[in-house]
Design a protein around this ligand. Structure first.
Ligand SMILES: Cc1cc2nc3c(=O)[nH]c(=O)nc-3n(C[C@H](O)[C@H](O)[C@H](O)COP(=O)(O)OP(=O)(O)OC[C@H]3O[C@@H](n4cnc5c(N)ncnc54)[C@H](O)[C@@H]3O)c2cc1C
Length: 381
């Protein structure tokens, strides 16, 4: 594949490292991770050792000192390798930036080096059983008591929820207000942390090797200095600022999965015989794949443009929403058409196309559903 306009030699070196890591150290154990519902914890330490965590966090806080380009290359290689277990995109490209942007100097110095080394796995808890898209109506409550916040409530569908040691919790600090009553508070948690419990690992239709869990807070005490930002009530504004990158991350995953699906299907249809010739020799197969490859290329072009703009600090919220909605929609179309060309084998879990199919489905729901993205786009028109 041609090198993207946003890449350079350094980014490609990180890409090579990531490719080797996912292909050799992660994917061979995928079956075990599916069975246990999460990757082995030690893999995060290994990824940290290799410099594959928090690649865009400044070196003074233990990160790689790179840019979003380094992170995009890592995310792509994870998708190309076919790993669905490690929550690195969420850890490095979604949560660490909140700490870096809005955490106090003390919090950054204490937490970010651990996140970069893999000593601490990060998660973010916004969604609750009663509310997902409508974030300003969350009910998890944080009450200030002296130098601490006392947190009570629950979160659902939390990526890295089973393995995480640090969580950014979206809470209501002022329940009389909507968006202006939302704050983000960081909590360090362990097996024995009073007031904190993990629910079960949720059983999903895809992404079965990744830990998605429920989290419960019943009087969890957190130092008040763990509040992100200078004052309470800034959580919504902080999310608005950083959600553009979260949406772009989803687009990066979608395009890599699309390219992988097309590649796998070309290979399969060239070797699978039917009616005395390869499936690929049939005009329908060629036309299907020609169309899918075109969609993938157009998607890649749009994505690369968004990444370049993001690196320049010019990716606006509506365009980021377009990338999330449109690229994940296109992935759904492409992966469905590709699976069809595998016939019955496409429906079997041992064929990677089936994992791409189930894994793709969630991308239209999480990081803001595609309908919410369209709403955001429409507001800008
Ligand atoms: C595998 C997985 C991992 C996840 N990881 C995390 C995580 O790490 N942290 C976290 O906080 N959350 C996470 N989520 C939650 C995810 O972000 C939410 O599921 C998503 O925001 C939708 O919220 P909801 O499920 O409550 O659906 P609802 O808000 O109930 O929405 C249901 C549907 O209603 C429609 N809808 C909703 N609002 C609108 C609107 N304004 N206009 C038009 N239609 C609308 C959409 O079709 C939407 O899909 C994860 C979810 C999954 C499945």
């Amino acid at each position: 594949m041609a090198r993207a306009a946003w890449s350079d030699d350094e980014v490609e070196a990180v890409r090579d490292l990531a490719k080797t890591f996912f292909e050799k150290e992660v994917v061979p154990h995928e079956e075990k991770f599916v069975a246990q519902g999460h990757p082995d914890r030690a893999l995060y330490n290994r990824a940290g050792e290799l410099g594959l965590l928090c690649a865009a966090i400044p070196a003074e806080y233990g990160g790689g000192g790179g840019t979003f380009a380094h992170e995009a290359a890592i995310i792509e290689e994870q998708a190309f390798a076919g790993d669905g277990s490690m929550g690195i995109p969420v850890h490095s490209s979604i949560i660490a930036p909140y700490l870096n942007e809005f955490g106090s100097e003390e919090l950054k110095r204490r937490v970010l080096p651990k996140a970069a080394s893999g000593e601490m796995v990060l998660s973010i808890g916004m969604t609750e059983p009663g509310t997902g898209s409508d974030l300003q109506n969350i009910t998890t409550r944080a009450v200030r008591e002296g130098d601490e916040y006392v947190i009570t409530g629950s979160k659902i569908f939390i990526t890295n929820g089973w393995l995480c040691d640090g969580i950014i919790i979206a809470v209501k600090t002022d329940p009389t207000k909507g968006a202006a009553g939302v704050s983000l508070i960081f909590a360090e948690v362990g097996a024995d942390t009073p007031g904190f419990t993990r629910g079960r690992i949720l059983n999903k239709i895809g992404g079965k090797a990744q830990d998605t869990a429920e989290l419960f807070f019943d009087g969890l005490r957190v130092p008040a200095s763990n509040l992100l930002g200078e004052a309470e009530g800034q959580g919504f504004y902080q999310m608005m600022q950083l959600l553009a990158q979260e949406r772009l991350v989803t687009g990066v995953i979608a395009v890599a999965m699309m390219e992988k699906a097309v590649g796998l299907t070309v290979d399969y249809t060239k070797q699978r015989q039917a009616f005395g010739k390869p499936l690929y020799a049939m005009q329908n197969t060629k036309f299907e794949l020609a169309e899918c490859a075109t969609i993938a290329k157009v998607s890649r072009t749009f994505l690369d443009d968004c990444v370049v703009k993001h690196l320049r600090g010019e990716l606006d919220i509506p365009t980021a929403a377009m990338s999330k909605y449109w690229l994940t929609d296109q992935l759904g179309i492409v992966v469905d058409r590709c699976l069809q060309l595998f016939g019955g084998y496409g429906y079997m879990t041992e064929y990677p196309i089936s994992q791409l199919y189930t894994g793709a489905r969630v991308l239209r729901i999480l990081a803001g559903s595609n309908e919410v993205m369209k709403d955001l786009i429409a507001r800008s028109l």
